[in-house]
Design a protein around this ligand. Structure first.
Ligand SMILES: *[C@@H]1O[C@H](CO)[C@@H](O)[C@H](O)[C@H]1NC(C)=O
Ligand SMILES: *[C@@H]1O[C@H](CO)[C@@H](O)[C@H](O)[C@H]1NC(C)=O
Ligand SMILES: *[C@@H]1O[C@H](CO)[C@@H](O)[C@H](O)[C@H]1NC(C)=O
Length: 506
């Protein structure tokens, strides 16, 4: 920290765009198993909820596609690791497919080919000086467990712990950075109280039941590592939360309160129980859910209370905080019915949050380019949770096609990274690494292949799934090498970008 302080003194804030990334700052790129691997039924892999949903209900996916083949990374370990090496990344964030390791979801049978596949990937990464950062669950639990209620069933916390045990035992000699769940808010609200993610269950209490299972499963996996593996393996275990930024739509008190509530329902729900001294759910969630449950004549709140024992189990159960951030929403109270229901609306939350139609768009309806929200999110985390170590594990921009000269994506990365540098240097936010989403174009969940987030383009019409670097791949590589943002850098063979005037706001 002494080095950082000196730099802050030497560089006046008006030159903030000249900040260099700290020496020990780590760069990576990210993917998730179902979105890239393919080989959905190869060599003993079991069926997961996305295999099941895309096959039984093809119209649930915008272009009726699926991840059967996806980017075929299952068959391309060596070539893909060379692409990673060429980017110069320090780490690669990928997820392990639970169903490839444990086809039934349980430890009755451990699939040797699953162990073999991830061993080869991990070894190839390490042979090329790239550290694996592994996510254990990225939206894709085994379908057989769904037949037992999925995450509505608290027993899945135990099955998850057993699965984590298999991962530590087989890979922990080489994997030192673990994360348990990716984006629990979305897994639970969009999967069990909404129709946006598999398994598309719509139960008003579904999200909260799921949330309890994930928090307890996460904590059990964390403590298991500390008890049985940490001494020998010396790694660490975190979790990955999505944080949108929520602004009040106006400065009316109601809007300010709505934005605060949205932050707690989106982020505080899973962060406060783990990252505060006090533990437990945010007070505002407990109150709003109890109130609306009572209004509906329920005898108790839809939000199941955590017992004191569970609160203690969960509290402090992370060595670092993984953060995914993409965009900002603008919030008003629900009762303001002059405003149409927005894209970020959660039942029980007295807030309706909409996108800013005037902001620059991506191919994803909710993803608007609002870089300042990134810095604000990092500051909020710092204030609320006593400045934990944060690793950005997703941040990125989608377009609709195979635009190789992808200036809008380069603009997004340059601007968001600049905001992150300000958070590090001007606000002392404890950010130690950053992974771009995504390494390559891939299966974007219910949007299929219609939204492309990759630094590499993938030709999904060609059976060999060739990868081609976009301009953003070269720019990201240049950022890693030069350790700063250079707006005038144009890689060979690409056309110089015209930057929007908003660049001057930097
Ligand atoms: C795997 O799935 C494909 C369709 O994606 C199918 O054609 C093939 O027969 C399946 N293989 C096995 C071994 O079930
Ligand atoms: C950042 O986090 C690390 C790991 O928890 C901690 O050791 C360090 O003191 C933190 N830095 C600041 C500035 O809070
Ligand atoms: C930015 O990139 C341009 C073009 O490649 C190069 O000429 C210039 O020296 C770079 N600027 C800095 C500050 O590195």
């Amino acid at each position: 920290m002494i080095g950082l302080t000196v730099l802050v003194l030497l560089i006046p804030s008006t030159y903030c765009k000249e900040y260099v990334f700290p020496d020990n700052f780590k760069f990576g790129v990210a993917t998730a198993a179902y979105q890239v691997e393919g080989a959905w039924n190869t060599s003993g892999k079991g069926e997961n909820i996305w295999d099941y949903m895309t096959h039984t209900n093809p119209s649930s996916i915008l272009d009726r596609s699926n991840g059967d083949i996806a980017c075929d990374t299952y068959n391309k370990i060596k070539a893909d690791v060379q692409l990673l090496k060429n980017l110069g990344v320090d780490f690669y964030r990928f997820s392990i497919s639970w169903s490839r390791i444990l086809p039934s979801g349980k430890t009755d049978y451990i699939n040797p080919d699953g162990i073999r596949y991830y061993n080869e990937l991990i070894d190839e990464l390490l042979a090329n000086d790239i550290k694996p950062l592994v996510t254990m669950h990225h939206f894709d639990q085994p379908q057989p467990l769904e037949q037992e209620g999925g995450f509505l069933n608290l027993k899945l916390a135990d099955y998850f712990e057993d699965y984590a045990d298999v991962l530590y035992k087989n890979f922990g000699d080489r994997v030192k950075d673990w994360t348990t769940f990716n984006e629990p808010t979305l897994v639970c609200f969009l999967g069990y109280s909404g129709e946006f993610l598999a398994p598309m269950i719509t139960r008003k209490d579904g999200g909260y039941l799921c949330g309890r299972t994930l928090l307890i499963g996460h904590a059990k996996a964390y403590h298991l590592y500390n008890k049985r593996y940490k001494n020998d393996q010396g790694g660490r275990v975190g979790i990955v939360h999505d944080i949108f930024w929520f602004e009040p739509r106006t400065n009316k008190i109601g809007d300010i309160k709505a934005a605060e509530a949205a932050k707690e329902f989106n982020f505080g729900w899973f962060a406060k129980p783990i990252f505060t001294q006090e533990g437990d759910y945010p007070q505002i969630m407990k109150e709003s859910i109890a109130r609306s449950s009572k209004l509906e004549g329920l005898s108790k709140s839809r939000l199941p209370q955590l017992t004191q024992e569970e609160i203690e189990l969960i509290k402090g159960s992370a060595d670092f905080l993984g953060v995914n951030h993409y965009t900002t929403f603008y919030c008003s109270p629900i009762e303001d019915d002059t405003i149409e229901r927005g894209l970020f609306y959660l039942p029980d939350m007295d807030a309706n949050c909409i996108v800013d139609d005037k902001a620059e768009s991506s191919a994803t309806p909710w993803l608007k380019v609002i870089p300042s929200g990134f810095r604000k999110s990092l500051n909020w985390i710092k204030e609320q949770y006593n400045n934990p170590e944060v690793i950005i594990l997703e941040n990125g921009f989608s377009d609709a096609g195979n635009l190789l000269n992808d200036c809008p994506r380069v603009n997004y990365y340059n601007r968001y990274l600049t905001e992150m540098l300000k958070a590090i240097y001007e606000d002392d936010c404890n950010v130690s690494g950053y992974a771009a989403w995504s390494f390559m174009d891939n299966f974007e969940w219910r949007s299929g292949y219609t939204q492309k987030f990759g630094l590499y383009s993938v030709d999904f019409n060609d059976p060999s799934r060739p990868r081609t670097p976009k301009m953003s791949a070269f720019v990201f590589k240049n950022i890693i090498r030069e350790r700063k943002i250079n707006w005038s850098y144009t890689p060979d063979g690409f056309t110089k970008c015209e930057w929007p005037k908003s660049k001057d706001e930097l």
